[in-house]
Design a protein around this ligand. Structure first.
Ligand SMILES: Nc1nc2c(ncn2[C@@H]2O[C@H](COP(=O)(O)OP(=O)(O)OP(=O)(O)O)[C@@H](O)[C@H]2O)c(=O)[nH]1
Ligand SMILES: [Mg+2]
Length: 464
């Protein structure tokens, strides 16, 4: 891991969202940050001001000496900064023209435009945070609920990193002990002893990994949102249900079958569960070209869903298409909504029981809020089983990359255990143990490939 910040060139970017605002911030980081800012700033000598101060002045175009904007400039000297490099942040009036003009002037001097996430990448490369913490920065920015924000903040604080580092240290200790035993065998049964040592440690570390993985389902939902598809025959009330859950009239609702033609995606917080709610076009056989595309998209949304809300119209008998959807979604996490329950019930409830468990069914009516609260309660119960408050004490894994690596490490530990069980030589078992150590290291970024960094940080916002 590199720790010397002076190896990098100087970068700059606008760190606030594009568009008009009260203030925009242009951030410069690197060895030439102060030099660059000084060339365009009229006010105190930035090279002489104290670190971590904010200074009033003006930005001047060095080409013609014209004033560009009135600004406040923060000076933060290495190493106690976000990137561990010198950082200057120019707070200017939040207009598009002034902000871009200042950036352009800076880029004409000693800085180049930062890539997305490059400030955070430097924080990682300069050893201020590890990779899982860098990923938490993005999760924090994207968090959709208080709970997901809290989990991201815990990860940024290094809770997950500490746990992983401890596990790795445990493995390293045992590997060192194995080396000693092999090099200096004091007893005749050293091979047996060493195998036992490896076995004990593999069991211990595996248990901790499994405990972490048991938080993954909730964790992933908190981070990514629960992909929830509302599906059903045309005109059964899917869009009405979406609007109720959103508490606003987002989707068009009419009595014309086939009103929704494209998928509509919205985020909503249901009792702490972030839902990525997808309203879809009614699924049925159709010759209409546009509708057909809509139906294909509905099917795709269904395939990608973590949770399916299958809507049936209880005021009409069950149709073949309903039966088919009931069968198709049978293996999925599902809630079956009997909508239009304000009208006379014509659906055959006995037949319905052949397809669904009573527990999966909720009666609702979109003409009144009837059923919406039940639906919300059910969703929360399905995904947090009332345990959402408890997560404050637990370290959660939320990130698919981390989950994948933990699973692979678990597999490597299984190979250790199997190797010992089948009497494999200790130096071969050692290889799998080392592999578990390596895989865990990829979570914190102690070992990584450059492509991984490129891929991770390219998903960041510009200026972060
Ligand atoms: N009586 C009654 N009418 C409802 C209920 N829910 C929806 N409707 C009506 O049924 C019609 C269709 O509702 P939508 O929400 O547009 O149905 P949809 O499933 O999204 O329909 P498509 O987008 O065409 O597939 C509208 O006229 C709604 O007002 C309900 O619970 N009771
Ligand atoms: Mg609709």
């Amino acid at each position: 891991m590199q720790t010397v910040s002076t190896e990098f060139d100087t970068i700059a970017a606008i760190s606030t969202p594009p568009g008009e605002g009260g203030i925009s911030i242009i951030r410069i980081s690197g060895v030439d940050a102060l030099k660059t800012a000084s060339q365009i700033y009229r006010g105190k000598d930035l090279n002489k001001v104290n670190s971590h101060t904010i200074n009033y002045g003006h930005i001047i175009d060095p080409e013609n000496g014209n004033e560009v904007d009135e600004v406040m400039v923060s000076v933060m000297r290495a190493p106690h900064t976000y990137t561990k490099e010198d950082i200057v942040e120019i707070n200017c009036h939040g207009g598009i023209v002034a902000t871009n003009r200042i950036l352009q002037i800076i880029l004409g001097l000693d800085a180049r435009l930062a890539k997305p996430g490059e400030f955070t990448e430097r924080a990682f490369l300069n050893g201020r945070i590890d990779l899982s913490q860098a990923e938490a920065v993005m999760d924090l920015i994207r968090a959709k609920t208080d709970q997901s924000m809290k989990v991201a903040l815990d990860q940024l604080d290094g809770n997950l990193s500490h746990l992983i580092t401890n596990l790795r240290q445990n493995i390293l200790d045992v590997l060192a002990q194995v080396e000693v035993n092999i090099d200096y065998p004091e007893y005749d049964d050293v091979e047996t002893m060493t195998a036992r040592l490896l076995k004990e440690k593999a069991i211990e570390v595996k248990a901790k990994i499994q405990q972490l993985l048991s938080t993954a389902k909730q964790g992933k939902v908190l981070r990514d949102g629960l992909a929830t598809a509302i599906i059903g025959h045309p005109n059964v009330g899917k869009s009405s249900i979406l609007n109720h859950l959103l508490h606003e009239d987002k989707a068009i609702v009419t009595d014309v079958a086939g009103t929704t033609r494209d998928v509509i995606e919205e985020y909503v917080n249901v009792q702490g569960v972030p839902l990525k709610l997808v309203d879809t076009a009614g699924i049925h056989e159709t010759e209409d070209k546009v509708e057909k595309i809509g139906v294909d998209r509905s099917r795709k949304a269904l395939l990608q869903a973590d949770l399916v809300i299958l809507v049936l119209d209880s005021s009409v008998p069950l149709r073949d298409e309903d039966r088919e959807l009931l069968r198709e979604t049978n293996h999925m996490q599902r809630i079956v909504v009997l909508n239009k329950s304000d009208l006379e019930v014509k659906i055959n409830l006995n037949e319905l029981q052949e397809y669904v468990d009573d527990k999966e069914i909720i009666k609702s009516s979109a003409v009144s809020p009837l059923g919406t609260k039940d639906l919300e309660d059910r969703i929360a119960a399905m995904f947090f089983a009332g345990s959402i408050e408890n997560t404050s004490n637990n370290i959660m894994v939320t990130n698919a990359r981390h989950i994948g690596l933990l699973k692979q490490a678990e597999t490597a530990l299984d190979a250790v255990l199997e190797g010992i069980e089948t009497g494999m030589p200790v130096d071969l078992v050692q290889i799998d143990m080392t592999r578990a150590w390596d895989l865990l290291g990829e979570i914190t970024g102690d070992s990584y490939q450059d492509e991984l960094l490129d891929q991770l940080f390219s998903q960041f916002c510009l200026g972060k």
